[in-house]
Write a protein that binds this ligand. Structure first.
Ligand SMILES: Cc1cc2nc3c(=O)[nH]c(=O)nc-3n(C[C@H](O)[C@H](O)[C@H](O)COP(=O)(O)O)c2cc1C
Length: 334
């Protein structure tokens, strides 16, 4: 293996990027400046459409054009394709069409069946990677025509999975598509380790909140710098399924399990859809409020907080991680 080999992967070739690093979609933290900074440095930043419009106040197409003025390099788009609301689905179809018109060719899908996204994106010559937490969802995604998988592990911020990075690679490694590691990568050695394990790239969320580009409150950023992995807990109270958050007095007061009525509704086939919609609307509002409110203690983050100790520009993070991967590859005799 020669220098640079760890950076040349199926992900970098398919996405047309220099560093196999995805700046993951983040509601509400993914503001356009952060997305653009990751892409400009050689990775690929992913636009979270509800974050772009509802939290950061851009009309969707104008927001994409703003990002295109900040970087000419590829950016990606996150299509959360859960179909519990017809209105939301129709909006998502419009967003995907506009993203394609605006030149986006890298899509990350989560939940649901990605077939309709894959069909549109492939017709335009793009690629789709699908977030999964276990083999069952990976097979469903591949059946829907996706080109790669993002294996979300038990250390991830956002909706964490139940399995470790090692276990997921063992479970998905034979599926003949590139597999990206999502979860727990907070520093350069974690990045290098994931690539050396055989992952085609890494998707990072939490590390990019502690950057000057991210518009989160100082209190949120400080909480990330001051936390260890034991401070991260899973709560069902935000979206009805477990989400990783920093344990704070507010989280303790709220409790981490869904209430009895919500649990009953989440079990029923029809009531599940209503409950998810109620949760989604409520959580969009409270997470938006928690992003900039210095008094809020409602902060999503993953276990990578344990290696994040300073605020650092997003582009420097990408380049520092890339340099570490190059250095690691050059020490392996060819
Ligand atoms: C604050 C926050 C918000 C997130 N929001 C989303 C989202 O809206 N859509 C999505 O697909 N993933 C979301 N994620 C997951 C990230 O895209 C990424 O997979 C994850 O953060 C990787 O784990 P890490 O935080 O340990 O780096 C979110 C993660 C965080 C930390």
């Amino acid at each position: 293996m020669s220098a640079g080999d760890l950076l040349d992967t199926p992900l970098t070739r398919q996405a047309g990027i220099a560093v196999p690093l995805i700046g993951g979609a983040m509601y509400p933290c993914g503001n356009p400046e952060l997305v653009a900074a990751v892409s400009e440095a050689g990775g690929i930043g992913i636009v979270q459409p509800i974050s772009l419009t509802y939290v950061h106040g851009h009309e969707f197409r104008e927001g994409l054009e703003f990002i295109k003025r900040l970087t000419k390099k590829p950016v990606g788009f996150n299509a959360l394709i859960e179909q519990s609301s017809k209105l939301y689905h129709e909006r998502m179809v419009q967003w995907v069409d506009i993203a394609l018109e605006e030149g986006i060719r890298f899509f990350v899908t989560s939940l649901g069946n990605p077939r309709w996204v894959a069909e549109k994106v492939h017709a335009a010559g793009g690629v789709v990677y699908h977030d999964v937490t276990e083999r069952k969802w990976a097979l469903k995604g591949l059946d829907g025509g996706v080109d790669g998988l993002i294996a979300v592990n038990d250390r991830a911020g956002g909706h964490a999975g139940p399995k470790s990075a090692e276990a997921l690679l063992a479970e998905l490694g034979d599926l003949k598509v590139p597999i990206v590691c999502a979860g727990g990568v907070g520093d350069a050695p974690d990045f290098v380790r994931a690539l050396q394990m055989g992952y085609a790239g890494v998707q990072i969320g939490t590390r990019f909140i502690a950057t000057p580009e991210c518009r989160a409150s100082d209190a949120y950023k400080k909480a990330i710098l001051g936390s260890d992995s034991s401070d991260i807990v899973l709560t069902e109270r935000i979206t009805g399924v477990p989400v990783s958050v920093i344990r704070t007095p507010t989280i303790d007061r709220m409790g981490t399990r869904a209430g009895p009525i919500a649990r009953w509704m989440l079990r029923g086939r029809r009531t599940k859809k209503w409950m998810r919609t109620i949760y989604a609307l409520r959580s969009l509002r409270s997470l938006k409020k928690g992003l900039r409110d210095e008094r809020s203690e409602y902060w999503q983050a993953g276990k990578s907080v344990e290696t994040i100790r300073e605020i650092e520009p997003a582009g420097e993070i990408v380049q520092r991680f890339a340099a570490a991967a190059k250095a690691a590859a050059s020490t392996i005799p060819s």
